[in-house]
Write a protein that binds this ligand. Structure first.
Ligand SMILES: Cc1cc2nc3c(=O)[nH]c(=O)nc-3n(C[C@H](O)[C@H](O)[C@H](O)COP(=O)(O)O)c2cc1C
Length: 458
C-alpha cells in the first residue's frame, strides 16, 4: 500500500482549533526548517512514500463576507511556500518523496516547469506536483489574474499541463548536454528545441530553461473530484487524492476514475487512487476515546465554517437554514457537495445541515466517514477494508493533531501495518525516484503509451 502524510506549512493544516493542543509543535514549527527536517527524517524512518504539502493562494473571506474568522482561527493563514523547503528536506533524507501543490490558475506554466525541474534536480528525482485549479476568489484581488469559472479553470489546466509536459519532455534531448571542452560546447544546440505552443490560454515558445532532470516530468498528482475534475485526472494524473466517505460508497468513484482513464487509452492501474482521511490513533480504546474527547473541546466551529464556506464559495451565514444547498450556484469546489451527496444520496442537504455537519466536533467512531479512528488494530482493519472494498491503492493520511498525529502514525499505526505485511519495512534500493516507488524500478519518467507524441496536440 502507498502511504503519504498530508500537511501544509501553516499552524493547523486541516482541523481548525488543533493548533491549541498542548505541546503540538506545528503551530510555531510550520515556519522553521528545524521542525520540517525533523519531520522528514521521522517519516523516512517509518518508510512513508511521500510528504504531501497542500498550498493555497488567497484568504478564506466567504463566511460572513470577511477574512477575520479565517485569520483568527488560522484557516490556512498564516502560511509559507512549501516549495522552498524541499532542498533542505532532500538534503536530510535519501528516500522520502515530496508532493507540492501548485495551482494552474495562479502561475504561468513556464515558471511552473522551471520550478519543478529545479526541485527534481535538487531532490534527485523525488518530487511530485499536486495539480490544483484552486477555488478562492480572493486570490484574484492580489493581482493573480481573473477569476475563472469552475470548468474553464480545468480547460486552462488541460492546456497548462500540455505546455509543461512539452517543456519537460520535448524540449531537451537526453543527449543534449555534451560538456565537450575540446569542442567548446556545453550543450549541443541542435538537440534543444522550441516547443512553439500557441493555444487558447498560453503562448510559449521555449526552449525549456533546465536540462532534463531525473524524472523529467514530476509525478503528477491531482486533487478535485467533480466530474470535470475526474476527467482531468483520468487524462493526466498518476496519483489522485480523493476524499471518499467510506469504503462501500467509495468503490464507485474509484471504479469510475479507472474506467475514465481506460477511455483515454490509459492503463487503469496506472492511476493510483489515494484516500485522504483524518487519522487519530490511541494505544488502546480508552486512550483513543480520551484523545478524541480532549481534541473536541478545542475544536473551532467558526474556523471550520470559514474553511468550508471558502471551499464551496457559499456564505452559509447568508441563507436561511432550510435552503437546499444544491440550489445555490457555486464556481468553487464541487467535490465537497459531491461528497455530501454520496454520504446520503437520498437526502436534500440544507444550509442548516451543512452548518451542523461541518461545525460540530467529530464523534469518535471507528466507522465515521473520512476518518480512521481507534487503536492501531482497529485502524489497520479499516484500512484493509478500504483496499479491498473501495480498491484504493493507499492513503493520504491527515494527522490529528498536526504533530502528535504524525508521531502516532509513525510509532503506532505503521508498525501494525508492517506486522500485517501491508506496508514496507525498508525502501527498495532499486527505486531511486518517487515515480519508481509508485510504478516499480526502472519507471523513472512519465510513460503513457496512449499519449506518447501527443502532448501538444492534446
Ligand atoms: C481533496 C482536495 C484537496 C485539494 N487541495 C487543494 C490545495 O491544496 N490547494 C488548492 O488551491 N486547491 C486544492 N483543491 C481544489 C481543487 O484543485 C479544485 O480546484 C477544486 O476542488 C474544484 O474542483 P472540483 O470541483 O473538481 O473539486 C483541493 C481539492 C480537493 C478535493
Amino acid at each position: 500500500m502507498h502511504l503519504n502524510v498530508f500537511t501544509q506549512c501553516s499552524p493547523a493544516p486541516q482541523f481548525k482549533g488543533m493548533w491549541r493542543v498542548p505541546g503540538d509543535r506545528t503551530a510555531t514549527g510550520y515556519r522553521s526548517l528545524e521542525y520540517w527536517t525533523a519531520r522528514a527524517r521521522q517519516l523516512e524512518a517509518a518508510c512513508v512514500d511521500a510528504l504531501f504539502f497542500a498550498d493555497i493562494h488567497g484568504v478564506y473571506d466567504v463566511y460572513r463576507g470577511s477574512w477575520a474568522p479565517a485569520v483568527r482561527h488560522a484557516v490556512q493563514i498564516p502560511s509559507i511556500d512549501p516549495a522552498l523547503l524541499l532542498p533542505a528536506l532532500a538534503a536530510t533524507t535519501r528516500h522520502l518523496g515530496f508532493a507540492v501543490t501548485y495551482s494552474t490558475t495562479y502561475h504561468p506554466p513556464f515558471e511552473c516547469a522551471r520550478l519543478f525541474s529545479s526541485l527534481d534536480h535538487l531532490t534527485g528525482g523525488r518530487v511530485g506536483w499536486n495539480i490544483v485549479t484552486s477555488y478562492l476568489r480572493s486570490a484574484t484581488a492580489n493581482g493573480l489574474g481573473d477569476y475563472l469559472d469552475h470548468d474553464e479553470r480545468y480547460d486552462r489546466a488541460d492546456e497548462y499541463v500540455r505546455v509543461t509536459r512539452a517543456l519537460w519532455e520535448e524540449s531537451w534531448d537526453a543527449d543534449a548536454v555534451v560538456r565537450d571542452a575540446g569542442r567548446d560546447t556545453f550543450t549541443d544546440p541542435t538537440r534543444v528545441h522550441e516547443i512553439d505552443h500557441h493555444g487558447r490560454w498560453f503562448s510559449v515558445r521555449g526552449p525549456h530553461q533546465c536540462e532534463p532532470s531525473p524524472q523529467r516530468t514530476p509525478v503528477l498528482y491531482q486533487a478535485g473530484s467533480s466530474p470535470r475534475g475526474i476527467e482531468f485526472a483520468a487524462r493526466h494524473a498518476e496519483v489522485v487524492f480523493l476524499t471518499l466517505a467510506d469504503p462501500t460508497t467509495g468503490a464507485e468513484p474509484v471504479a469510475d476514475l479507472r474506467a475514465t482513464a481506460a477511455r483515454h487509452g490509459r492503463d487503469p492501474r496506472a492511476v493510483k487512487a489515494l484516500q485522504g482521511t483524518m487519522v487519530m490513533v490511541g494505544r488502546d480504546r480508552a486512550e483513543a476515546k480520551a484523545r478524541a474527547e480532549a481534541y473536541n473541546t478545542l475544536w473551532s466551529s467558526e474556523g471550520q465554517l470559514a474553511k468550508w464556506c471558502g471551499w464551496m464559495d457559499i456564505d452559509l451565514s447568508a441563507f436561511p437554514d432550510d435552503t437546499p444547498v444544491d440550489e445555490i450556484r457555486s464556481q468553487a469546489s464541487h467535490s465537497f457537495l459531491g461528497f455530501l451527496r454520496r454520504l446520503t444520496p437520498d437526502r436534500t442537504w440544507t444550509v442548516g445541515d451543512v452548518k451542523y455537519l461541518v461545525s460540530r466536533p467529530r464523534r469518535p467512531r471507528v466507522d465515521a466517514p473520512v476518518t480512521l479512528f481507534g487503536t492501531p488494530e482497529q485502524v489497520a482493519d479499516r484500512m484493509e477494508q478500504w483496499l479491498e472494498v473501495a480498491d484504493v491503492d493507499g492513503f493520504n493520511l491527515i494527522p490529528c493533531p498536526p504533530s502528535g498525529g504524525v508521531d502516532d502514525i509513525c510509532d503506532l499505526l505503521i508498525p501494525e501495518l508492517q506486522r500485517r505485511g501491508l506496508f514496507r519495512t525498508a525502501y527498495d534500493p532499486l527505486e531511486s525516484t518517487l515515480r519508481e516507488r509508485y510504478f516499480g524500478p526502472g519507471n523513472r519518467t512519465y510513460s503513457d503509451p496512449a499519449r506518447a507524441g501527443a502532448i501538444r496536440e492534446g
